[in-house]
Design a protein. Structure first.
Length: 244
């Protein structure tokens, strides 16, 4: 009676998302019986956070920062966030769908603020060296001012997990960074024997390591205050002339 055809749906309720397979001819019966909304994973996106009331979003933001910067990522869960933020589990689940998406959404928002800050500060700076110096300083300063974010993206968030999500790419920030580096290579100032992406990795890796060791040392001193000395090391490493 039914064709051998299987279709996949995601049924969303207050507690879980379950991937089930049902015969095509029976889908209407199941939908009618359970009275559940059928959505795809793509329907649960970071944009859903925008529909939350500002005060709720703020409480969630603070809870995510605190919990996921101080806890093992795999041990922390949505119920922890719900309790700390005073927001129901079902509300969080409805808007984000999973612990991972909850964290990724806010990480994306926080990093977008850093990107906008970089764009704003680079206006009017024409000199390549000073542009790159400013970018390094802005990153170190931002993570010093927002250490919980730094701990999440550099220390507690499993890299493989984040890399599987589109928020890891941070396209606007990376494109901005690469454009500056590529221009430097085209002008013969920066080493063109390697891809611009390698130069980017060199600089970004320095930021991560500097932050991690700053945290390990108890946050003593100013992270941003090290920017000039660190940049001179970077500049020597990425320029054709070795910084001369």
């Amino acid at each position: 009676m039914f064709k051998n055809h299987v279709k996949h749906y995601f049924y969303v309720d207050a507690c879980s998302v379950v991937d089930v397979s049902i015969l095509k001819g029976a889908c209407n019966l199941v939908a009618s019986k359970n009275r559940q909304k059928i959505v795809s994973e793509k329907d649960i996106t970071k944009n859903d956070s925008l529909s939350l009331r500002p005060e709720v979003s703020k409480r969630l933001e603070e809870a995510v920062l605190d919990i996921f910067s101080n806890s093992d990522f795999h041990k922390a869960n949505i119920r922890d966030v719900a309790k700390a933020a005073g927001v129901s589990f079902s509300t969080i689940y409805k808007h984000f769908g999973s612990k991972e998406q909850l964290v990724f959404t806010f990480v994306d928002i926080w990093l977008s603020k850093l990107t906008e800050r970089i764009v704003d500060h680079l206006q009017g700076i024409e000199n390549l060296k000073e542009k790159l110096r400013k970018v390094l300083w802005l990153q170190l300063d931002y993570y010093e001012r927002n250490p919980h974010l730094g701990r999440i993206i550099f220390m507690t968030l499993p890299m493989a997990t984040w890399m599987a999500d589109e928020t890891f790419e941070q396209k606007k920030m990376i494109t901005l960074y690469l454009d500056v580096l590529k221009k430097g290579q085209e002008e013969g100032v920066l080493n063109s024997k390697v891809r611009a992406g390698i130069l980017l990795d060199f600089m970004m890796g320095l930021v991560q390591r500097s932050f991690v060791m700053w945290v390990k040392r108890g946050g003593e001193g100013s992270l941003a205050a090290q920017a000039n000395e660190l940049f001179e090391i970077v500049w020597c490493g990425i320029t054709v002339s070795g910084g001369d």
